[in-house]
Design a binder for this molecule. Structure first.
Ligand SMILES: [Zn+2]
Ligand SMILES: [Zn+2]
Length: 246
């Protein structure tokens, strides 16, 4: 069956999140989504809070809505890696051991906003990942994927042909409603099936004005279209920032 949900959600267990997991579940369920993947920042995350993520996700899971626990691990090179389904701490800040840690605990490994914060993307990381956020809503906007992450996906697919593209809402509060979801094919309604589907695909990224496959690159025309959209978004954003600074 096909399920549509949201990936990369922070609750107030994260230092910069504002909502409870129960409230987030209620909100996304009311929006018609069937699942959400919680990814709390690893910074300052205690063992007690890691257990809280697991417990609160289990409580928020109902017959028609799944809350999948996970952590967004902060790593060197200003990289953030989502471990979906993993709430075990890791002793390293190097992206490759962190990615291996997530994989060895059965989680889906997704590189978050790869081109934000001046992050460096070491090529050796490509083979350790299941997915890469080519479209992170706060960073790339609502029109389409970012041109830089799209280019990185294209380059890394040569190194890792199974690397799939993901769209993520990276939500911290509910005052900015989001409509960027992912569509997965699952064998059953369970958090484990969501994790398996994120690892094995197929995935479709569904935005408010455009959607794209997470498996196959959009092609020359598609890439051109998304580059134009990304330029429009960045242009409008810098105009807004200039206006705000005035
Ligand atoms: Zn992040
Ligand atoms: Zn985040």
């Amino acid at each position: 069956m096909k399920l549509r949900g949201v990936v990369h959600v922070h609750s107030r267990i994260s230092y910069d999140g504002h909502e409870s997991i129960a409230r987030l579940a209620e909100f996304f369920r009311a929006q018609g989504y069937a699942f959400m993947c919680i990814t709390e920042h690893s910074d300052g995350l205690t063992r007690e809070n890691m257990q809280r993520i697991v417990d609160e996700c289990a409580q928020a899971t109902t017959g028609d809505f799944l809350a999948v626990p996970g952590v967004e691990f902060s790593c060197r090179h200003r990289l953030h890696i989502l471990g979906i389904g993993v709430t075990e701490p890791v002793d390293s800040h190097d992206p490759v051991p962190v990615a291996k840690h997530i994989r060895s605990h059965g989680g889906a490994v997704i590189l978050a906003h790869p081109c934000a914060y001046g992050a460096e993307n070491p090529d050796e990381l490509a083979v350790c990942l299941d997915g890469i956020e080519i479209w992170n809503q706060p960073k790339d906007g609502k029109l389409g994927p970012g041109s830089k992450p799209l280019r990185l996906w294209k380059r890394w697919r040569v190194l890792n042909p199974k690397l799939r593209a993901i769209g993520a809402i990276d939500l911290h509060r509910l005052d900015s409603p989001s409509s960027l979801g992912v569509e997965l094919h699952v064998s059953e309604r369970s958090p484990a099936a969501i994790i398996t589907a994120l690892k094995n695909g197929p995935v479709r990224i569904v935005g408010p004005w455009s959607s794209l496959s997470g498996e196959s690159f959009p092609g020359v025309l598609g890439e051109m279209k998304f580059n134009v959209m990304s330029r429009i978004y960045n242009g409008l954003r810098s105009m807004r920032d200039m206006w705000v600074r005035k």
